[in-house]
Design a protein around this ligand. Sequence first.
Ligand SMILES: NC(=O)c1ccc[n+]([C@@H]2O[C@H](COP(=O)([O-])OP(=O)(O)OC[C@H]3O[C@@H](n4cnc5c(N)ncnc54)[C@H](O)[C@@H]3O)[C@@H](O)[C@H]2O)c1
Length: 316
Amino acid sequence: MAPRALVTGSSGFVAGHIIRRLTTQGYEITGLDIASPRGDFNGNVREVTLDIRDRERVNTLIKEIRPELVFHIAAQASVPASMRDPRTDVETNALATLELAFNAAAAGSRRMIFISTGGALHGELPPQELPAKEASHVSPMSVYGASKAAAEIYLGVVTQQTDLEVSILRPSNIYGPGQNPNAEAGVIAIVTRAMLRDEPVTLFGDGNQRRDYVYIDDTVDAILLAAEGPPDICNISTGIEVSTARVFETIADLTGYKRPILIAEARPGDIQRISLEPTKAKRVWNWQPQTSFEDGVALTIDWFRKEEASETPVKS
Ligand SMILES: NC(=O)c1ccc[n+]([C@@H]2O[C@H](COP(=O)([O-])OP(=O)(O)OC[C@H]3O[C@@H](n4cnc5c(N)ncnc54)[C@H](O)[C@@H]3O)[C@@H](O)[C@H]2O)c1
């Protein structure tokens, strides 16, 4: 019989990629999202429109499908939104994660794979402590980071009290084809589409902010390895710091963008410098990033270029 998987966040960027990969492996998949279904998956995929915070209906769904694997990817994924509306963030990212895990355990699920965060977990670390390790001090600067940290701790309770195994991934900044260019975050998607459209682009701050960018296909590999390897907590990252100025320059070079880049005040709450050490994921799950920043950006630009040329480009 085909293995059954529940994938939350199925209308979003990362979960969409996971579902496409799982369909090639013969899974019977139920996707869950509060947003409209995509309706464009091939294979054995059923999409259910549901708020992850609706405990009763989520529990009914889990009891009905009895998934072996639960890929919990849905989240209130915006750092600024978590500051504007902390309650929604805590309910979605912490409380609903805890309840989902207890319900999955009760329905006999074997494992939950939880997408936490690496980039928003540690706050501003002293330079000598970068790249951050899994054991580095957890001190989130946002409600989003705190909710993910809380969810990790709650999941530790569930694994001690039930038979559910939990693998936790802490990705840095994920980017690639299919990322929403209309969101507040996801600088590579936002800048790529604006430059392809020859629209003005704004860099917030002096360009010296540094982040660790991990390509979506590498992230998908990690999530699938985490589903089968030992249950653990690992950074999913490159360990390499890329400045925001370099992000803009790379995309401008590859798209032939010639306009001057507009500069604006740094946004409050944006972290100055973060990178995450990926060697634990190599040791535990035999995962390591394969895609260089330049290659990943080029692949992303190719995808957005095709989207822009298609009759139904990503909505603006
Ligand atoms: N994109 C990144 O750089 C990054 C980095 C680290 C961690 N993450 C985490 O990875 C996961 C996926 O992120 P993404 O980039 O695909 O974000 P995304 O916003 O594209 O996807 C999140 C999905 O969750 C859904 N969702 C939100 N609230 C919901 C609710 N109450 N009930 C049901 N569905 C709900 C959204 O509709 C959306 O489709 C998230 O957990 C995010 O926190 C993302």
